[in-house]
Design a binder for this molecule. Structure first.
Ligand code: SGN
Ligand code: CA
Length: 563
């Protein structure tokens, strides 16, 4: 080799080496992503939002280090559809996962797949609820379906199906910390999805919290005895604490106590549900359960003869809150364990940590439990984000952000190209308060799962900071206009009020604009109805009663004839 050739070769070699090095160090600096999500966690039950129900010091740490969102919402307030929107960055009608009934279409491109391809280590622990396994993960251990609170089964990437003894929230956290400590390669960035089952129904808290929480008393919401005047869909919904909540798996009254009170038949007590609820507890766990819940049942037995109907409704609200919030106590403790781990391992500054829920939940507002409706407590979802390198500690954002935005946000964080058919927006400008290009004035919502458990009519809506315009369709068919400022408890429909004529016009324009932007329309809605109804008819939709199902099936079959 001639001298100048040697020089050239060594120059090229040095260049290649230095660019490799650069890539390597860039890879090293890419932020980690820790996505923490619980299932059905109402923002009213996080003390960063509301201190009146429970103290959640660990979840609050995320907002103290970063940003609290007061207007975060979901596009479709139900479990698996929310998760599909999070992973795909697309509305339900585009990714196809419109309800909990049909399985997720795994030909969808998800952000974890893109991050994995870009060199991120990826792992998922906890609840997914898709009916199939997640793609794009180096490691996963997920609960089958809804999963169990005690001694749960897991579907795992490498070990097949396993059963783990203990309490689900603790176990999911052990798996998460174990992965961080022993499986994660310390030199590469990672994206971790840490997904709790709690506080999903039927609520079973950890043994260590049972004594304390079954003795607590909680404040009542203002609308606990809502009559739903003028709100037709709300009126027929079956999610009333007083009426639709179960006495067995929910209130946890023992069969013998109900028998003694002569209540078993009178109120439709389901003995089997009680046994199913506690069925997975081992002897020691059951003994702890009995210590607390026997006391509750004996107290009830003593007081029942003097209780009015209203007392009974109030008692059921208290029982609901004790168990629901009890499960959240362990979520908070366990989130604390993960934050402590990240802190102790110097991972806080260059990690974006998100705490959210798959949707909000009614904690007695409108007299309800569950979600599904576009009214605030289930439309909105908690969102707390810390990223010390980019987000100012203790900040608050009132921007209209959605679960639709996560996929693009994480791709942006990792500096990976965002596919242009994703429908959200990166939230980095919101995090850094550089809002010049951020001009979202309204968000779009569409709920599908009907006829189904809780009897919530199909509806779509446009939501601005001041109003909601809602179209209920199939089976009820009518419009609602909510004035969020004047009527924050959402108990009035102003749609036919002439003083709202201009606002109504404006909102219709907004809604049409959103439907066009996201590509939704009536024929797509009809397609999803036509896919769903045969399943409902065959009894494949869980929890729907025949007196609700049959007339809707009939109507659907008749309406098809006129097509
Ligand atoms: C279960 C619950 C419902 C709940 C759905 C969907 N009933 O069926 O109350 O709405 O899950 O929840 S239960 O009696 O079985 O607890 S979701 O979070 O998966 O969408
Ligand atoms: Ca849920």
């Amino acid at each position: 080799m001639k001298k100048h050739q040697i020089l050239l070769a060594s120059l090229i070699f040095t260049f290649v080496l230095s660019s490799c090095k650069k890539n390597n160090s860039e890879t090293k600096n890419r932020p980690n992503i820790v996505f923490i999500m619980s299932d059905d966690h109402a923002y009213q039950a996080i003390s960063a939002y509301d201190t009146s129900l429970i103290n959640t010091p660990n979840i609050d740490r995320i907002a103290n280090m970063g940003m609290l969102f007061t207007n975060a919402s979901v596009t479709n307030s139900i479990c698996a559809p929310s998760r599909a929107t999070i992973l795909t960055g697309k509305h339900s009608h585009i990714n196809g996962k419109v309800d909990n009934v049909s399985p997720f279409d795994t030909t969808n491109v998800t952000f974890p797949q893109l991050l994995q391809k870009a060199g991120y280590q990826t792992a998922m622990f906890g609840k997914l609820h898709f009916g199939n396994n997640p793609k794009g993960f180096d490691q996963f251990k997920i609960l089958p379906g809804q999963g169990s609170y005690y001694n749960p089964d897991f579907i795992t990437k490498n070990e097949g199906e396993i059963t783990v003894s203990g309490y689900v929230t603790d176990i999911i956290t052990d798996m998460t910390i174990n992965w961080l400590e022993t499986e994660r390669k310390k030199e590469d960035p990672f994206m971790l999805m840490y997904l709790h089952k709690a506080p999903h129904r039927s609520w079973l808290m950890a043994e260590r919290h049972m004594d304390e929480f079954t003795r607590r008393e909680f404040r009542e919401p203002q609308t606990l005895f809502d009559k739903h005047e003028g709100m037709l869909a709300a009126k027929v919904a079956k999610m009333n604490i007083d009426g639709d909540m179960g006495w067995a798996a929910d209130s946890k009254l023992y069969p013998d106590v109900m028998d003694e009170l002569g209540l078993e038949e009178q109120i439709g007590y389901d003995k089997l549900r009680f046994e199913m609820g506690v069925g997975r507890l081992n002897e020691a766990q059951r003994a702890n359960f009995d210590k607390a819940y026997r006391r509750v049942a004996e107290d009830f037995k003593k007081n029942y003869p003097n209780m009015t109907d209203k007392d009974l409704a109030k008692w059921r609200y208290q029982r609901y809150m004790q168990d629901y919030l009890g499960t959240i106590k362990s979520v908070d403790e366990n989130v604390g364990r993960v934050l402590d781990y990240l802190e102790a391992n110097n991972l806080m500054d260059n990690t974006i940590i998100v705490y959210t829920s798959d949707q909000g939940f009614y904690l007695g507002e409108h007299g309800w439990f569950d979600k599904r409706f576009v009214y605030d407590e289930s439309l909105k979802t908690p969102l707390l984000v810390s990223w010390p390198d980019r987000i100012k500690a203790g900040s608050v954002s009132n921007e209209l952000v959605q679960n639709l935005d996560f996929a693009q946000t994480f791709l942006d964080v990792a500096d990976v190209e965002q596919p242009n058919d994703m429908q959200g927006e990166s939230l980095i400008p919101v995090f850094t308060n550089e809002l010049e290009g951020w001009n979202r004035e309204a968000v779009y919502y569409h709920y599908y799962e009907h006829p189904s458990e809780h009897n919530v009519n199909r509806h779509y809506a446009a939501i601005t900071k001041d109003y909601k315009l809602i179209h209920h369709y199939f089976d009820l068919d009518y419009w609602e206009l909510i004035d969020r400022k004047k009527d924050p408890l959402e108990q009035h429909n102003y749609y036919d009020d002439p003083t709202y004529a201009d606002i109504k016009k404006e909102l219709h324009k907004k809604l049409n604009g959103l439907r066009e932007l996201y590509g939704d329309n009536d024929s797509i809605s009809q397609k999803y109805i036509d896919e769903f109804m045969p399943l409902a008819k065959e009894g494949k939709v869980f929890g729907v009663e025949n007196n609700i199902l049959d007339p809707i099936v009939e109507k659907w079959e008749n309406s098809k004839k006129f097509d």
